[in-house]
Design a protein around this ligand. Structure first.
Ligand code: AMP
Ligand code: GLY
Length: 411
């Protein structure tokens, strides 16, 4: 099969790696230097690529309606159309749909003017959770116990200073507590099949300190999260969401990414995303035994037949980030990778890299590389990932040293 993939990150590199390993022909737009080593890069536009299946990586083009445009041309697409993409494109829309479908999630209120938002914040002791309505690359959420900070944040967001028009509506929600997991679900418009669960690390520094990022690492499986819990998530959160979509005339064919908090009252939805997670994909996809492209083809046709089979091995990915990430990543540092002694169980997925005409590889984004290792358990996978990092260098490289640490001690 010939597959067109949209995107340029570690997530897309991992997907392309999986498709190519299963013998498919893959064309990518815009791609990155790592992807260019294993697949063809298209100069674009994406819609002009001729392929049997179109897989869209990031959320922005989906929110912009790329899947509708491709379907109008008669193409098979993995990704929701513009209306379904509002699930990630608008937190207020997502919360409203979860509420209508009776899905367990934090209670919430939506505000467009700061006076009533501040009055609301003054009416309870906290903690406060304030979210920008529109797309904010994972950086539009404040969780705080400090009311003054919450009031300042709401005022800034609603003034349009922080996120422009994406921020002129905010959702203020009840604070939940508990460990978080990510469950990616293949959805064909009628039903959902869960992929193995993953855990990601959102903060930049060890011990979950510092600002939020797009994700600094991930692992799968997640100790304590077995098939019973996943069934519960499917029954309580995924099936009702798909039913609600059908009720509203939305034919959602794509990935449903459930970000869940395992609270003392059971799993509750923190957010839904409309695409494969990054870096979750890097640890989930290598654990799928089937030909993933075939499952995605069935999904795009609207009839998933094959359930994902999962291998027992564990996968850990550690993100190597640029100096200055997440606030202001500094581009240009030269990257050296000693690939002579790379273990066959390791993949180095590219995210923010660029290849100069001189052949040098340099930093060109916040998250630069994803070192992904497979092992018999989390401990082995984690050790291999960290051992590999010592063969990679660029100036002021940042990475967390505690990815999968606690889980590998408990698992
Ligand atoms: P989101 O972009 O909605 O996933 O939020 C980013 C992060 O903020 C989540 O991964 C949680 O760690 C935290 N968060 C979001 N909503 C809540 C909530 N209602 N209660 C506690 N923490 C939250
Ligand atoms: N890892 C978080 C995300 O993909 O949104």
């Amino acid at each position: 099969m010939k597959i067109a993939v949209y995107g340029s990150g570690g997530r897309e590199h991992a997907l392309v790696d999986s498709f190519v390993s299963s013998g498919h022909e893959v064309v990518v737009f815009p791609g990155n230097p790592g992807i260019a080593e294993i697949a063809e890069i298209s100069p674009g536009p994406f819609e002009s690529i001729e392929a049997d299946l179109y897989v869209i990586g990031p959320e922005a083009p989906l929110v912009d309606g790329i899947a509708d445009r491709l379907r109008d041309l008669g193409k098979l697409v993995v990704g929701p159309g513009r209306v379904g993409a509002q699930l990630e494109g608008s937190k207020a829309w997502m919360k409203e749909i979860l509420h209508s479908a009776g899905i367990p999630t934090a209670s919430f209120r939506t505000f467009t003017d700061s006076k009533s938002a501040i009055e609301y914040l003054n009416s309870y002791p906290g903690p406060y959770v304030i979210k920008t309505d529109g797309l904010a690359a994972g950086k539009g959420v404040l969780v705080t116990t400090d009311r003054d900070e919450a009031i300042f944040d709401v005022t800034e967001k609603l003034s349009g200073h922080s996120f422009g028009s994406a921020g002129t509506k905010v959702v203020i929600e009840e604070a939940m507590e508990g460990p978080e997991i990510s469950v990616l679900v293949l959805c064909d418009g009628h039903k959902g099949f869960a992929l193995p669960p993953a855990s990601d690390f959102k903060r930049i520094y060890d011990n979950d300190l510092g600002p939020n990022t797009g994700g600094m690492g991930a692992f799968s499986p997640v100790p304590g999260v077995g098939p019973e819990l996943i069934d519960r998530v499917i029954n309580e959160s995924i099936d009702p969401l798909i039913k609600e979509f059908i009720r509203r005339g939305i034919d959602y064919r794509g990935i449903l990414y459930a970000g869940l908090m395992l609270t003392s009252n059971g799993p509750k939805v923190v957010e839904f995303n409309i695409r494969f997670g990054d870096p979750e994909t890097q640890v989930v996809v290598p654990r799928i035994q089937n030909d993933l492209a075939k499952l995605l083809y069935q999904l795009a046709q609207g009839e998933l037949k094959t359930k994902p089979e999962v291998i027992d091995e564990a996968v850990v990915t550690v993100v190597l980030a640029a100096e200055g990430y997440p606030e202001r990543p500094i581009p240009g540092a030269q990257i050296s990778i000693d690939s002579t002694s790379l273990d066959p169980d390791v993949r180095i997925y590219h995210a923010g890299t660029k290849s100069l005409s001189s052949g040098e590889l340099v930093v060109a984004g916040g998250r630069v590389l994803n070192v992904t290792a497979t092992g018999k358990d989390l401990r082995a996978a984690r050790e291999l990932a960290y051992k590999t990092i010592s063969s990679i260098r660029f100036e002021n490289m940042q990475y967390r040293s505690d990815i999968a640490l606690r889980a590998s001690e408990n698992g």
